[in-house]
Design a protein around this ligand. Structure first.
Ligand code: ADP
Length: 446
């Protein structure tokens, strides 16, 4: 087991990782930019190192500075959290070259899954169903037209290196194909430095259902069920739940077993998420995330498995201690992402939190990195906490969520809490009847 883990992240996820380390008796190192000197993850860590000025490129994304922080503190492993360098194959490789363990999969698996075209090819060979579309990237006009005609409009042009919903364009008519491809390419080039695009059938009313998997890199793998993340704005998740209201035990087992088998064959190590669109009873792979997800707590709440603890164990060379039979699902969990944003326009609302009172009670979990008097800096993403609620049934979970939201008091900044208060009162949400377009339609109503 490791002696000291450096956490290359900030905010709620840095605290989340510290908690697992503390339970395992591992010392923790926090890193921070000058803007985060007063942050909770710095206060609670055993040691901390300032790694640079506020812009992430000069601090949280700066590999030489993170390496120096490891050397200074003698950390023997790095947990990257999510975002920042968590899916950077080069970072994983450099750490390994310095005999520091990257708590995550091999750099090879990060690289394959980071290229969406390679990822699709890889999982398809392992027997996972994918969205119909082009085989690989598309370059020429003729090829684009041929693929679009064969899968049928509407089609979606996507960036091979995409992420965060960028570089994606829906095309409804053949007249718009070339201009949409050009703009997807330009957006992809600007955001990712790679203008390779590919094409998929645009599914008109799918749900986003993702399978949490776990492998030990030694051929053993399990699935921990699904999360339904269909409530999205601009392809970004807002509210997640498990189990999905759209699946039954049979369909859960079918897709879960298919994915776990594929991940075992791949020899994948650590936590990962295989994302699907689900429409008319069929699953279509869209991408795999080779890291811990923001929404991992909903899985923890219904399985009782500490995902970060397992990540650390497996990274230290242990075999998986859980078998598929050990994984049981109990009750229902929902997560609301509490962002420092205007609840309608989603404009960021940084500033000082003058009052902070999180909810409590049975089945309520708040993962956050803020406190009363803390000033949210304007440099990073606006997630300030996650409210995760568990209940024996979906109904109980919703009632508890309503109660927990009503207790949550945050003053001094705007947050997305009023939006969730509205959402849980909608009959479609109460009935679990929503697809990936539901939230945007709801938000566009006057
Ligand atoms: P990113 O890595 O940018 O998040 P994803 O491939 O994970 O991109 O897709 C993000 C979201 O975009 C999905 O959750 C879904 O809402 C939408 N999406 C992606 N592919 C399709 C598709 N073929 N049809 C319809 N919607 C899609």
């Amino acid at each position: 087991m490791f002696d000291k883990v450096l956490i290359a992240n900030r905010g709620e996820i840095a605290l989340r990782i510290q908690r697992a380390c503390k339970e395992l008796g591992i010392a923790t190192v926090a890193v921070h930019s000058t803007a985060d000197a007063e942050a909770m993850h710095v206060r609670l860590a055993d040691e901390s190192v300032c790694i640079g000025p506020p812009p992430a490129s000069d601090s949280y994304l700066n590999i030489p500075r993170l390496l120096a922080a490891c050397e200074i503190t003698g950390a023997d492993a790095v947990h990257p959290g999510y975002g920042f360098l968590s899916e950077n194959a080069r970072f994983a490789e450099i750490l390994e070259d310095h005999n520091i363990t990257f708590i995550g999969p091999s750099s090879e698996h990060i690289r394959i899954m980071g290229d969406k075209i390679a990822a699709k090819e890889t999982v398809q060979q392992l027997g996972i169903p994918v969205v119909p579309g082009s085989e690989g990237g598309i370059s020429g006009e003729l090829e684009a037209r041929k693929v679009a005609e064969s899968i049928g409009y509407p089609v979606l042009v996507k960036a091979a290196s995409g992420g965060g919903g960028r570089g994606m364009k829906v095309v409804h008519r053949s007249e718009d194909l070339l201009s949409s491809m050009a703009s997807a390419r330009a957006e992809a080039k600007a955001a990712f430095g790679d203008d390779t695009v590919y094409m998929e059938k645009f599914l008109t009313k799918p749900r986003h259902i993702e399978i949490q998997i776990f492998g030990d890199g030694q051929g053993n793998a399990v699935h921990l069920g699904e999360r339904d993340c269909s409530l999205q704005r601009r392809h970004q998740k807002v509210f997640e739940e498990a189990p999905s209201p759209a699946l039954n035990a049979d369909s859960r087992k079918r897709i879960g077993d298919t994915v776990a088998k594929a991940i075992g064959e791949l020899g994948y190590r650590g936590a990962g998420t295989v994302e699907f669109l689900y429409e008319d009873g069929e699953f279509y792979f869209i991408e795999m995330n080779t890291r811990l997800q923001v929404e991992h707590p909903v899985t923890e709440m219904i399985t009782g498995i500490d995902l970060v603890l397992e990540q650390i164990r497996v990274a230290s060379g242990s075999q998986l201690t859980i078998s598929q039979e050990d994984v049981t699902f109990s009750g229902h969990a929902i997560e609301c992402r509490i962002n420092a944003e205007n609840p309608r326009t989603f404009r960021p609302s940084p500033g000082r939190i003058t009052y902070w009172h999180p909810p409590g009670g049975l089945g309520v979990r708040v993962d956050s990195g803020v406190y009363q008097g803390y000033s949210i800096p304007p440099y990073y993403d606006s997630l300030i906490g996650k409210l995760v609620v568990h209940g024996k049934t979906r109904n109980e979970c919703l009632m508890r969520l309503k109660r927990a939201l009503s207790e949550f008091v945050i003053d001094g900044i705007e947050t997305t809490i009023p939006l969730f208060n509205e959402l849980i009162r909608q009959p479609d949400i109460a009935n679990g009847m929503y697809d990936i377009h539901w939230l945007e339609k709801f938000l566009s109503k006057p």
